[in-house]
Design a protein around this ligand. Structure first.
Ligand code: AMP
Length: 601
């Protein structure tokens, strides 16, 4: 293995690398750096994120760039703002001892004027996203006529994101004499076309097998159906209290929904997708970096450029539309020599997508069973014990309280005390998973809770057929009270002057409160409701099936999930909030669940 000095880099650069803790070059750096320094040939590099590709193209450019000429000499294009910022920051770090070297990063969603001001001051290296780069070229704020190096980083992703036209336009304004360096994790036809059209006899290098997955990542799949997908996700998180990972979803909407559910259920989770403002995305990423967010729910696009080295899990809540993207996702774990797990939740239909992915990653998926409640409780219990063992006692501060504590506990034996302290936290999980179903049994409707009268509260309402009430209107009326968007409405009985309806027992109080405070009006009558114990009459449905349920907007599905969940143990029983996680007030449940990979203090 060579050193950075032996690869031909000058001392100010190797000194900066030493400061960063880069001791030896990675495989892609070992191949790319001397190649770019010694030859003007175009370069086509197969490299995934995590291989050290940023340094592989930046360092030789820094070596060759003319520091004393303020013209733009290198343009680096990357698919997302996050990745562009990361590259810009890396280059700044690498060039800290090159006094006259300037790098400017340009991207959408930030002030154009500020970026123009920075460009006007002159910078030898520009890093940009294609859209903003083209905007700045069109405004004549960015001139690429003297460019000697053009880097297309994550070329496959830029094309996936629809930047083909922008790239074509940018490439047209760069000189023919430039050297083009194309880095991509996958080489679908579109990337090959770019290389054919814009590169001359490129030299090919690879950081390993083309597209092959890292040896440090194991790939697992869980068979689920739509009613168990989210439950399986939660169980996986619960089995791994120290989980630190990204949950990939296909759409922004799915991303926000999964994140909302996890947050509501008490997990350290947050969403990252394109509908968030830049400030929100930055805030989420800060929290993910400092681990106050353990589970980042993200779209493929938003997660590009996330530079986190110690992720334990990548979870594919849904497989990506383009199977090549699986490799991008799973490559975010198992980095820097650490082990990682990439797991996939698939239903029977989606399972057929695994085989083509196996061919790309050259590895087999291991079928894994969704953990049982008992396994989770055991894992949580051991985690709790480890936490107790590792807790540092502040002898001086606790001293004055100890005599009265000992006095209070003097009647208990050592064994009793251990049991009580452990149960204090453990009971929450135990009761949540008590009687929980085997989620691997998809043949029966094992995970669906039958709607029966026992888990519904029956309400009397003072309007009926004579007020032109019908079931649809009643559902609309209930819906208008904003009781919760996933509550279940059971049987509805419309009588002449009054009616009855059933609602999930867990929402009894919220329903009463909502009607009392809203005081809704129906056809000129003030509506009021009360809980009734009255049994249903003989001709009504007794099969426990809900005769009417709102199809969209969440009615018709139980909002609580695990079968054994008891009152008080139902993490979903907390108030729903539309506020962002960061604004969310801490609740007692947050604290209670603190030991279990859920909300930590
Ligand atoms: P990249 O593939 O460029 O996103 O780099 C992945 C991670 O590896 C980043 O956190 C880099 O800071 C780090 N890295 C890159 N090259 C080296 C190296 N030679 N030694 C140690 N860390 C490195």
């Amino acid at each position: 293995m060579s050193t950075f000095l032996e690869l031909g880099l000058k001392e100010p650069i190797t000194r900066a690398l030493l400061d960063l803790g880069y001791e030896n070059p990675t495989v892609i750096q070992e191949k790319a750096i001397p190649q770019i320094i010694s030859s003007k040939s175009d370069l086509k590099a197969f490299a995934q994120t995590g291989t050290g590709k940023t340094a592989a193209f930046s360092l030789p450019i820094l070596q060759l760039v003319d520091e004393n000429n303020s013209n733009t000499q290198a343009i680096i294009l990357s698919p997302t703002r996050e990745l562009a910022v990361q590259i810009g920051k890396n280059i700044q770090d690498f060039s800290k001892y090159l006094k006259n070297l300037k790098v400017v990063t340009v991207y959408g969603g930030a002030s154009m004027e500020e970026q123009i001001r920075s460009l006007n001051k002159g910078a030898q290296i520009i890093v940009g996203t294609p859209g903003r780069t083209l905007d700045l070229i069109n405004r004549r704020a960015l001139k690429l006529g003297n460019v000697e190096w053009l880097v297309l980083d994550e070329a496959d992703e830029m094309l996936n994101m629809g930047f083909k036209e922008d790239l074509d336009n940018i490439l047209q304004v760069t000189p023919k004499t430039k050297q083009t360096l194309l880095f991509s994790a996958t080489f679908p036809a579109e990337v090959e076309a770019i290389s054919r059209n814009y590169m001359t006899k490129p030299v090919e290098i690879t950081s390993g097998q083309k597209n092959e997955s890292s040896d440090n990542v194991s790939h697992e799949y869980y068979l689920v159906n739509e009613s168990t997908r989210y439950l399986a996700l939660k169980r996986i998180a619960d089995l791994n209290p120290d989980i630190y990972g990204i949950i990939f979803c296909r759409t922004r909407r799915e991303t926000q929904e999964v994140a909302d559910k996890l947050i509501k259920d008490g997990y350290n989770a947050d969403a990252l997708h394109g509908d968030l403002s830049q400030a929100q995305r930055d805030s989420v990423m800060d929290k993910f970096h400092n681990k106050s967010v353990q589970l980042l729910v993200a779209t493929d696009v938003a997660a590009r450029g996330i530079d986190v080295n110690n992720l334990t899990h990548i979870i594919n809540h849904k497989l990506p539309d383009q199977i090549e993207n699986y490799n991008h996702r799973s490559g975010r774990t198992g980095r820097a020599g650490k082990k990682g797990i990439s797991l996939v939740l698939v239903n029977n239909k989606e399972k057929s997508k695994l085989r083509p992915i196996e061919k790309i990653i050259n590895k087999k998926f291991i079928e894994t069973r969704v953990p049982s409640g008992k396994e989770i409780c055991e894992s949580q219990l051991m985690h709790l014990i480890d936490r107790v063992k590792n807790t540092v006692v502040n002898e001086s501060e606790i001293q004055e309280f100890l005599p009265s504590i000992y006095k209070k506990l003097e009647d208990f034996s050592r064994e009793e005390l251990i049991k009580k302290f452990v149960s204090l936290e453990f009971n929450t999980f135990l009761s949540y998973y008590e009687n929980s179903k085997d989620l691997n049994d998809l043949s029966r409707e094992s995970s669906k809770t039958r709607v029966t009268s026992e888990n519904m509260t029956r309400f009397f309402i003072n309007i009926g057929r004579k007020d032109s009430l019908n079931p649809a209107k009643l559902i609309g009326l209930i819906n208008d009270q904003n009781i919760g968007n996933k509550i279940e409405i059971g049987a509805i009985d419309i009588l002449d002057t009054f009616s009855f309806f059933e609602i999930d027992k867990n929402f009894e109080e919220k329903t009463l409160e909502a009607f009392a405070s809203n005081q809704p009006d129906f056809e000129g009558r003030t509506v009021n409701i009360e809980v009734t114990k009255k049994e249903r009459s003989g001709n009504e449905r007794r099969d426990g099936k809900k005769p009417f349920a709102k199809k969209e907007g969440g009615f018709g599905r139980r909002r609580s999930d695990e079968g054994g969940a008891k009152k008080g143990a139902d993490f979903g029983g907390r108030k729903r909030t539309d506020r962002k996680f960061s604004d969310r007030p801490k609740t007692s449940v947050d604290k209670k669940a603190g030991g279990f990979g859920r909300k930590r203090k």
